[in-house]
Design a protein around this ligand. Structure first.
Ligand code: C2E
Ligand code: MG
Ligand code: MG
Length: 754
């Protein structure tokens, strides 16, 4: 609030001498913030039915200047007229000189009552004047209608009138200032409340600038800045723009320097260093802080902010500092939820948000491609060298990518060993990724060479949301992981169709298996010389309403989903149970061959399970033949070799299925405890009349050299059977002898062929 003193040009005069006095403010303020100043006049309403009083009053007050403003007179000659003028001019009327007796004896009092009660005007000051002392109003009326002064007309000499006017104007002015402050404070309370609700750094920062503009009543552009460490979790100590309004709106989250405005950079830094507000003619820098956080608000304005506004702004700043603290706490919570604690990169959830934004912005070409990058064999590094080294490696990879991509590519950590990147197609090329991962990474004391697989996806091609983009990239990544030829795959819609189909099949298979719908059929195997049945291969059948789904279709799905472990165990059990039944029927020396997949070998219970099933059905182990394909051996040689040795030691026989198709390494083959080679059907097919089958011959010869028995698969013709016999092949299996059949049919078949 301002202090007033009265000053005469020549010096200080006592407050009783008002003539020619000038009322000014004590401080050097030019008074621009004076709320009444804008209008340039003090509006005075003269209300009297006596024309003479109007002109005398006007004359007496004509020279009065207060606070650089003169008086402007409005005239009314009746109570009614006065009220209609008041209605029009409202609170802008500073003082009413009001006659009491006009059209009625109390017309002036009615005006006072109505303007206060009905028009709701509380600021204009009322000076009652009456010709007749007898008409003096009650004291209660003076109080009730907030009447400043009551004078008889004879009492009001020129000097008294001026004194009364100045006193009234003064109190009017003070009311205005108070009202202005009230409005300002109300704004502060309201905007602070809004800002306390605001939980995002950006929203809060923009709010602060907008509110400051509105407090000073100017449309000011500005920026709110803070050091990165506190709010943006970046390691560097640079000052970043957190929120902005007006021309700076595009610089949010950028370094302050990027504004390319030396003045702002210098003053903001100075403000943060000196920890105080800076008020200058064309800009203001405000220092905002709470216990742990600080920020600087740069506001560009046309002229210096007045003292009143400074006070308002300072009250505002202190009331929002708690809001600033809240925002930062929320930000940290958000970080916990949206950032990866180790690399400080956006985590999967935030990466999806980033993809959503990339999609929402109409697939900006700058961010039209997504790649998921999987670090190969990361778990080996973790297990072998310790998590500490694993962590260091992830950080080293993060840094290398940041350096290589700069701001052009956004990076996130999607899973333990999977990074996600979003950027322009030309940035995210196979060549560039390969280059980034070409040289080894320093992780603590270790220099680790790293291989990656990556799945790419075109953001604009995907019609739905961020999570779908991620899903597509993931499909491509999985494809790349499975591919033997390429470490990089681009998403194509067919991949997804296949995945959807696959998941549906797996679901169906799981449900059909648990409701016992799968069957085990048997295909007899014969001695090529005697053509007697020596055994049979157990083959899975999955009946659907109108036929069967081929095992070559669903077995890979069962392997992929791990379902093969349970299904495979069930096949072994079925085979043993039914072999036991056959034995009870007197078919003593038949053997049953069961196909085994790699996931079964990975199951630590596998060996003991097979043994216990054999024991349970009292089957001699040599009557159970385990068929493995070459690829099984190649996939995880050690596990397979170890398990097979144990099984072999127990007495089971071992056959290599589809031999010749899997590029086996001879050295592994030699390590395997084998009994039999199964010559793949594709080599047997080559046997046509008059033509030799070179590979079939080689396999049989190899088998003989290694001391192994051989069996020809897929023998369909007599010619094939005799050719294989001539080569020295021991046994055969194929449509020529019998197709796979259910157990009951097998029983009949065995009876008949006896
Ligand atoms: P596989 O182990 O090589 O089985 C031989 C496949 O050749 C069987 O196909 C059989 O029906 C077929 N076959 C036999 N003789 C002939 C013939 O003369 N001509 C023709 N064209 N085909 C003949 P199937 O039953 O469709 O099984 C396909 C594959 O599915 C099997 O190949 C095996 O790898 C896998 N499989 C079947 N059952 C199981 C199982 O219980 N466990 C595991 N892990 N895999 C199984
Ligand atoms: Mg087989
Ligand atoms: Mg086979």
């Amino acid at each position: 609030m301002k202090l007033f003193i009265l000053r005469e040009d020549k010096g200080f005069m006592g407050p009783t001498k008002y003539e020619n006095d000038e009322l000014i403010f004590l401080d050097e303020d030019d008074g621009r913030d004076n709320p009444s100043d804008n209008r340039g006049y003090w509006n005075v309403l003269l209300v009297d039915d006596d024309e003479e009083i109007h002109s005398v009053s006007k004359l007496a007050l004509a020279d009065l200047t207060l606070n650089n403003k003169k008086l402007k007179f409005y005239h009314a000659y009746s109570g009614k007229e006065a009220l209609s003028m008041l209605e029009e001019l409202g609170e802008d009327i500073a003082v009413i000189l009001l006659d009491v007796v006009m059209e009625t004896d109390d017309a002036g009092l009615v005006v006072a009552k109505k303007m206060r009660e009905e028009l709701g005007l509380f600021q204009p000051r009322i000076v009652l004047r009456t010709g007749q002392p007898g008409y003096a109003p009650e004291e209660s009326v003076i109080k009730e209608y907030d009447i400043n002064d009551y004078k008889t007309k004879t009492e009001l000499t020129r000097s008294k009138l001026v004194t009364t006017m100045i006193a009234s104007l003064r109190s009017y002015h003070q009311l205005r200032v108070i009202e202005q402050s009230r409005v300002g404070l109300e704004k502060i309370i309201k905007s602070s409340a809004n800002l306390l609700e605001e939980h995002s750094v950006k929203g809060f920062s923009e709010g602060v600038i907008t509110q400051i503009s509105s407090l000073i009543g100017l449309d000011a552009g500005g920026v709110l800045c803070a050091r990165a460490g506190s709010v943006l979790d970046q390691e560097d100590d640079s000052v970043y723009v957190l929120g902005a309004a007006g021309q700076y709106a595009n610089f949010i989250n950028e370094k302050l320097e990027n504004l390319n405005d030396e003045l702002i950079v210098e003053k903001v830094n100075y403000c943060l260093r000196s920890k105080q507000h800076i008020y200058r003619d064309h800009y203001t820098v405000l220092y905002l802080h709470s216990s742990d956080y600080e920020a600087a608000v740069f506001v560009k304005i046309g002229s210096k902010i007045s003292a009143t506004h400074r006070q308002l702004i300072e009250v505002f700043l202190s009331s929002i500092s708690i809001g600033y603290e809240n925002v930062n706490l929320f930000h940290q919570l958000r970080n916990a939820a949206f950032r990866d604690w180790l690399t400080k990169l956006p985590n999967r959830t935030e990466f999806i948000n980033m993809l959503d934004t990339a999609k929402a912005t109409g697939c900006d070409p700058k961010f039209n491609t997504v790649a998921l990058i999987d670090v190969k064999h990361f778990s080996d590094i973790n297990d072998g060298l310790g998590q500490e080294t694993g962590n260091k490696l992830l950080i080293a990879i993060t840094e290398r990518m940041r350096e290589a991509f700069g701001l052009k590519v956004k990076i996130g950590r999607i899973a333990a060993d999977v990074f996600g990147v979003i950027g322009e197609r030309s940035e995210l090329t196979v060549e560039k990724l390969s280059e980034i991962f070409e040289s080894p990474f320093q992780a603590g004391d270790h220099l680790l060479p790293i291989n990656i697989t990556a799945g790419f996806c075109d953001v604009s091609q995907c019609k739905s949301t961020g999570i779908d983009v991620l899903k597509q990239a993931n499909i491509a990544l999985n494809r790349a992981k499975k591919s033997v030829t390429s470490n990089f795959e681009f998403y194509m819609p067919e991949m997804e169709e296949k995945t959807t189909w696959r998941l549906g099949m797996i679901r169906q298979l799981r449900s059909d298996f648990s409701s016992n719908k799968l069957e085990v059929w048997y295909q007899p195997q014969v001695d090529l010389i005697t053509e007697e049945v020596v055994g049979m291969e157990a083959l899975l059948r999955w009946p659907t309403g109108d036929g069967f789904i081929s095992p070559s279709v669903f077995v890979p799905l069962a392997e992929y989903s791990g379902l093969i472990i349970d299904i495979g165990a069930w096949v072994i059990e079925e085979a043993c149970k039914q072999l036991h039944l056959l034995q009870q029927k007197g078919k003593e020396n038949l053997r049953v061959a069961v196909n085994i997949s790699i996931p079964q070998f990975r199951d630590p219970q596998f060996v003991s399970l097979v043994k216990s099933i054999a024991l349970k059905y009292q089957i001699k182990p040599q009557n159970i033949e385990l068929e493995i394909t070459e690829s099984v051996v190649m996939d995880e040689p050690q596990i397979v070799v170890d398990s097979l040795k144990e099984l072999k030691a127990f007495g089971f026989t071992i056959a290599i299925d589809d031999f010749g198709t899997g590029f086996s390494s001879m050295s592994y083959l030699q390590q395997l405890p084998l009994d039999r080679l199964k010559v793949d059907r594709s080599f047997v097919i080559e046997v046509t009349p008059g033509k030799s089958a070179f590979i079939a011959e080689t396999i049989v010869t190899l088998g003989n050299k290694l001391g192994l028995l051989t069996i020809a698969e897929g023998v369909e013709t007599r010619a094939q059977a005799s050719y294989m016999l001539k080569l020295g092949c021991d046994e055969a299996q194929g449509y020529l002898f019998a197709k796979p059949m259910p157990f009951d049919a097998l029983c009949d078949f065995l009876e008949r062929s006896h």
